[in-house]
Design a protein around this ligand. Sequence first.
Ligand SMILES: NC(=O)c1ccc[n+]([C@@H]2O[C@H](COP(=O)([O-])OP(=O)(O)OC[C@H]3O[C@@H](n4cnc5c(N)ncnc54)[C@H](OP(=O)(O)O)[C@@H]3O)[C@@H](O)[C@H]2O)c1
Length: 288
Amino acid sequence: MRILLTGRNGQVGWELERKLAPLGEVIATDRASLDLTDPDAIRCLVREAKPEVIVNAAAYTAVDKAESEPELAIQINSFAPGVLAEEAKRLGALLVHYSTDYVFDGEKATPYVEDDPPSPLNVYGRSKLEGERAIQASGCRHLILRTSWVYGARGNNFLLTILRLAKERDELHVVEDQVGAPTWCCPLAEATAAMLPKTALGETSAPGLYHLTNGGCTSWYGFAAEILRLANIATPVRAITAAARPAHAARPASSLLDNSKLRKVFGIAMPDWRASLASCLRSFAGGV
Ligand SMILES: NC(=O)c1ccc[n+]([C@@H]2O[C@H](COP(=O)([O-])OP(=O)(O)OC[C@H]3O[C@@H](n4cnc5c(N)ncnc54)[C@H](OP(=O)(O)O)[C@@H]3O)[C@@H](O)[C@H]2O)c1
């Protein structure tokens, strides 16, 4: 299988490059070798590489900054996936793309399923939703995988921020009234790799939209408290409300995604978020 991967230096892209390698030849690109703001460059590279699968792990992910540069977020998160989808359609390739829990407004009392109507609260969420729609409209074979609260051993993420701040500050204040599922990029990449072979070869009629997160539920406060507990750090952490820490971008109060479709169609059961967090922290000790 010939796989073209974007965003190789991102949290998910870095894991994917390793987890997809056993499936075939992975042509991994970064911003320097493929700038997603340049549609001609995308077309050129895909036509040259002739992949059977395109995995788009690149994205504009700065949720707050997106409020002040919406055009750039839309170019990368909405238009570029549309161009990748057109090219996938031309080649008969499968497009795998990641989206977000932030396509929802967080008003639902139970976890969101794939058919729930999206209603994003911020520019990032809107740009990702437009990306989903461009892919769906193209008619290419696709997997759109919505995930949430992604962290790992590298990059910009909540886990690394909490570990750093716990060393710098006497006390941490973390939002308690927003809940979701922290998702380690490692099982996310493993699940993607497990979904690929059958879907790419057309052996299953399962392409489409899937929710793919770690299991369970917590708040940002609960996530921070568990990080500190597992890392044996004594810095106290206090719960605050989102209103007490205004951000540029509004965020959903509850963005839990229901993974039932993933389990039913692909037989993939994602680990609970606490188990994945513990594994991730153990991997630090092993030197990532
Ligand atoms: N992070 C989360 O909490 C979260 C939550 C839900 C869904 N997701 C989705 O999951 C996917 C992977 O996210 P992630 O956390 O791995 O993101 P990430 O760590 O921020 O990585 C994104 C990658 O995209 C690359 N990129 C940005 N602009 C680009 C451009 N113009 N051309 C080419 N590459 C560009 C970045 O390159 P540089 O390294 O050069 O900056 C980076 O390597 C994304 O689709 C994201 O929307 C993420």
